[in-house]
Write a protein that binds this ligand. Structure first.
Ligand code: GCU
Length: 600
């Protein structure tokens, strides 16, 4: 009898407990236009370098770790932490620039946020994170919701069954320790800002919601919309209508038993372009839910060495940027940060920005949609990743999926990049080919690229023949002639060759200068040296027959732990055309002048 009772308990535990823990659905595509409650602001935190809130002294995971947010019940109780009397940090925000003690900190910090939420009947509730760098373990009311790896893409968990009207506590263990098998890996040239770096919010939805959708022009078409709609919930077969009132569009489809419907119909649209960044109000309306979005429609293709936007050749007048808050420093996360960075991009005369080396926050892509700035978006497969490690590949694939999931309806985003400066090897090639076919399966409409390296055929000939080029639509290439490779004048005699009949975007070039540090043109770190370098670069680039875009490194000086030179770098990479205080260097005007000429 006893044995039967034990078995019944086991069945209860094995079957019912998971149903209490949320069944997770993928990323909710669009949170705009939904009922959301922000959890931004002050969060209580515990800095836990030894992860004693997660492991016991035998380094075994604890059952009653800090995620329990325990309080002593009696005067004899032993509880060695207390969120509510601990320090606090602002969310969104990296921890490194919020406290001098945390400037170089890499490790675990626990975040806790308390909230009340009276959930309405027949609704579901999700907690959504814009990003958390790097590894986030998320708990609600002491229950594990799940884990997310990757510091630059959004994720959400369903909390419908766990949330209570009052006294909820959301606890997130955020760990930004670098790991050899991670993406990115141990070495990067950017600051490893840790924390809940983007917004956190609650999203309330009907029980069956419009979970995800892609509404874009079909590949190569300028008058046919094709895509899909996906519902999630218990009423999956529904009539779904796509409405674009301004274009007189009102198309209905029926979702299948999985809540999925392909959409495909002709449309007479004003096409989105940098000159005319036309966005349409689009509504996706089901029987139980509807979402609104602002979507631009444009086609992007290549033909030989041409890049075609809406069927016409275009030159990508670009610039690279990191996701660092202008003037304030630290991770950028707000609309204002995005408007400042994109404003400087426009001032440079650019129509294109390379978001390096990871997906930036959604304000960047949505404001670029509004401002008419084309985007290259990249996952941090950067330098020497563990190519043979299947977990590393899965992690990179997941970051790629999440990047595409969030921004697949953004007209501004035209290029997905799967890598930056990765060393040639068979393992690397198969890793990156895997990512490329994954991206094409998720989004057949955009161009694929990567920032590759070049080599010298002879003293004056640069060759682009990285085998990866075979699988890309656009060749990206980083070169530092005049900075890491010789002096600026070296560019004068250089000729560029490519194994591929494909367009080239010079995805990085440039050199360092400290703002207001002056000298003759051959003195490193001076504005004159940088200015001179750019002059020689542009003269060389203008002669490259298959060049269809440039993205100098970089818009603004940015923090890097690899740059300690006192009085010059002080942990800043000084290759910006603009200083970290927003001051324009001489080279800025060299670039601006060329971009203005190109617009004539
Ligand atoms: C590399 C790399 C950048 C880096 C830059 C530099 O090419 O892609 O991330 O910051 O060079 O050395 O400044």
């Amino acid at each position: 009898m006893q044995l039967i009772r034990v078995h019944l308990w086991l069945i209860f535990l094995l079957v019912l407990v998971p149903s209490v823990r949320a069944q997770q659905i993928g990323l909710i595509a669009n949170t705009d236009g939904r009922k959301t409650i922000s959890l931004d602001g002050k969060w209580q935190v515990i800095v836990d370098p030894y992860e004693s809130g997660f492991y016991n002294y035998r380094y075994q995971p604890l059952d009653n770790g800090y995620f329990k947010n325990a309080k002593p019940k009696t005067k004899s109780d032993l509880i060695e932490y207390d969120f509510d009397s601990s320090a606090s940090l602002q969310v969104p925000g990296d921890w490194n620039t919020q406290s001098d003690q945390l400037f170089f900190y890499e490790g675990t910090i626990w975040y806790k946020k308390s909230f009340d939420y009276a959930r309405r009947p027949n609704t579901r509730l999700f907690v959504y994170f814009g990003a958390a760098n790097y590894l986030a373990d998320v708990y609600l009311n002491g229950e594990k919701l799940g884990q997310h790896e990757g510091g630059f893409t959004p994720f959400n968990f369903e909390i419908t069954k766990l949330v209570r009207d009052t006294g909820n506590f959301l606890v997130v263990k955020v760990d930004n320790k670098r790991r050899r098998d991670a993406v990115p890996t141990l070495m990067t040239d950017w600051w490893n800002y840790g924390g809940l770096t983007r917004e956190v919010k609650l999203i309330e939805t009907p029980t069956t919601l419009v979970h995800d959708y892609m509404v874009q022009l079909a590949k190569g078409s300028r008058n046919r919309i094709s895509g899909w709609v996906k519902l999630s919930g218990d009423k999956l077969q529904q009539r779904v209508t796509i409405r674009i009132p301004e274009a007189g569009i009102n198309k209905s489809f029926t979702t299948d038993a999985n809540g999925f419907a392909e959409i495909d119909f002709n449309a007479d649209l004003k096409l989105w372009s940098p000159e005319n960044p036309k966005l349409y109000d689009v509504t996706i309306e089901g029987e139980t839910d509807q979402v609104r979005d602002q979507i631009g429609f444009r086609s992007i293709e290549t033909r030989g060495t041409e890049i075609l936007l809406n069927g016409r050749p275009i030159f990508l007048r670009g610039i690279c940027t990191h996701e660092e808050a202008p003037l304030r420093g630290g991770r950028a996360y707000s609309r204002e940060d995005a408007l400042t960075l994109l404003g400087w991009t426009k001032e440079l005369g650019a129509n294109f920005v390379r978001l390096a080396h990871y997906p930036h926050n959604e304000f960047m892509t949505r404001e670029a949609d509004r401002l008419g700035i084309l985007i290259w978006s990249e996952i941090p497969v950067y330098w020497t990743i563990q190519w043979e490690n299947p977990a590393t590949l899965e992690n990179a694939r997941n970051q790629l999926s999440e990047m595409i999931a969030r921004d697949k309806n953004r007209a501004a985003v035209v290029i997905w990049s799967v890598a930056n400066e990765t060393p040639l090897s068979d393992a690397r090639l198969s890793f990156l080919k895997n990512l490329i076919s994954h991206a094409r399966s998720l989004d057949p409409t955009r161009l694929l690229s990567a920032a590759m390296e070049r080599h010298y055929l002879d003293a004056t000939t640069q060759m682009i023949d990285d085998p990866l080029g075979e699988y890309l639509d656009v060749l990206g290439c980083n070169e530092y002639v005049g900075w890491y490779d010789g002096l600026p004048e070296k560019a004068d005699g250089l000729e560029w060759k490519s194994k591929y009949q494909k367009p080239l975007v010079m995805s990085e070039f440039g050199g360092d200068a400290l703002f207001n540090h002056h000298g003759d043109a051959s003195t490193r770190w001076t504005e004159e040296y940088q200015e001179n370098l750019y002059r020689h670069q542009l003269a060389m680039l203008k002669k490259v027959p298959f060049l269809r875009g440039t993205a100098p490194w970089i818009l603004t000086d940015f923090r890097s732990p690899r740059r300690p030179l006192p009085g010059i770098q002080d942990y800043w990479n000084r290759k910006g055309l603009i200083s970290n205080r927003g001051e324009k260097k001489k080279a800025f005007y060299v670039m601006q002048q060329w971009y203005r000429e190109l617009q004539k």
